[in-house]
Write a protein that binds this ligand. Structure first.
Ligand code: SF4
Length: 385
């Protein structure tokens, strides 16, 4: 935190991919160079216009997340231009975490060094699986070998903070296939791992294919993979600091922690959402419209939702409880002027009794137990008011 300035996070969306993966429902699609360049100009315009409306001294940006899509489809020069616009528009903390999502198979030596030069200091690499058959089925554009080359390139360029995304519960995936993925990734010692179970989304190739659905591992196998993730990562010195996220000490993702802690964020680019001054709003989702219309600055928008105190309390609970550290009784009181137990006394007592929720020894933090994390979705429903 910066004295006299409030914390702020920025998200920048790059909606382009080489081709659509078979399970993906993110806002992303193929593009050509011309399309990408027009988009970068619109994005820079949006950042500049927003910067003009904000008091630069009021906010200190603690993290920037360039996500997608595949941001590494942009050239080093384009990322440099975007970062320059961000630095001109906002006060960026010296130690700010600047993450860029990258897709193995899209990285070139020249670009990786330029991303570093532009100030990117954290890479998030979408591997998903180290098994080529799984990667092929997922519709990923890379093999394990190509991932390895990209990873080594990132290390050579000086990236000392790398996240690797993994997925379990994939069609045809067995526990031993998944174990091999974990072992191969552990040998590389990335600083951070995000490990999710595949979700079948409507409208995706996987979501619509009965054949694929038949190949999805059963619940017992899925549970086994989930347990395996916890065990293997713990054995290798990673701490689980959120339901699906593991990190070496001090390498937790600042951007995501901010999101779970209710730090305001501004999103730029197609469909990007924001949470700012107690309101939520998101950008235009149609690319042509986003690029054509003169940008409407965020404080003049009509499509925002002002969060009620009830919404804020619920979000505080179910986002905060995702963190292994839990939520602070003091922070809750300061923000909502009532104690946690005044609102949730019965629910807390119920889950304490079941050993699913616990207070830290000093009584200041309420958190899920290990067993509680395993059934977190079920517990969160009880915190809706
Ligand atoms: S690379 Fe990521 S964003 Fe792009 S289609 Fe695949 S999963 Fe979706």
């Amino acid at each position: 935190m910066c004295a006299s300035k409030a914390d702020l996070e920025l998200y920048i969306h790059i909606p382009f991919c080489i081709k659509k993966c078979n399970y993906c429902d993110f806002l992303s699609f193929p593009s050509n160079e011309e399309r990408r360049e027009i988009y970068v100009q619109s994005l820079i315009n949006e950042i500049e216009q927003t910067g003009k409306l904000l008091d630069k001294d009021a906010y200190a940006v603690r993290s920037i997340f360039i996500g997608g899509g595949t941001p590494s489809l942009l050239s080093g020069k384009q990322i440099e231009r975007i970062m320059l616009a961000v630095r001109n528009a906002f006060f960026i903390m010296e130690e700010a975490e600047i993450t860029m999502e990258t897709n193995p198979g899209t990285l070139t030596k020249e670009n990786v060094f330029s991303y570093k030069k532009a100030g990117v200091n954290r890479f998030s690499m979408g591997l998903q699986s180290a098994d080529d058959a799984c990667l092929h089925l997922l519709g990923r554009i890379h093999t394990w070998e190509e991932f390895l080359k990209s990873y080594e390139l990132a290390r050579k360029a000086g990236f000392e903070n790398i996240n690797v995304d993994l997925m379990s519960g994939l069609p045809g995936q067995t526990v031993s296939i998944y174990r091999r993925t974990l072992e191969k990734v552990m040998a590389l010692q990335p600083e951070h791992i995000s490990a999710y179970s595949l979700i079948l989304e409507e409208g995706t190739l996987f979501g619509e294919s009965e054949e694929i659905q038949k190949k999805i591992p059963d619940e017992e196998t899925d549970r086994e993979m989930y347990q395996l993730t916890k065990e293997v990562l713990a054995e290798n010195g990673y701490e689980r600091y959120e339901i699906s996220n593991y990190a070496r000490k001090g390498k937790e993702c600042i951007h995501n922690l901010g999101y779970w802690s209710g730090i305001p964020y501004l999103g730029f680019g197609l469909g990007a959402s924001s949470y700012f001054e107690g309101t939520r709003f998101s950008n235009e989702k149609n690319l042509e419209k986003y690029q054509k219309k003169p940008y409407v600055p965020f404080i003049m928008r009509e499509d925002y939702t002002v969060l009620s105190e009830k919404d804020e309390i619920e979000e505080f609970m179910f986002l905060g409880l995702r963190k292994r550290a839990g939520i602070s009784e003091g922070e809750f009181k300061e923000r909502f002027r009532v104690g946690l137990k005044d609102i949730y006394g019965k629910v807390i007592a119920k889950y304490e009794e079941m050993d699913l929720l616990e207070w830290t020894a000093d009584g200041k933090m309420l958190r899920l137990t290990d067993a509680g994390i395993d059934v977190s979705d079920y517990i969160f429903c009880d915190f809706m008011l």
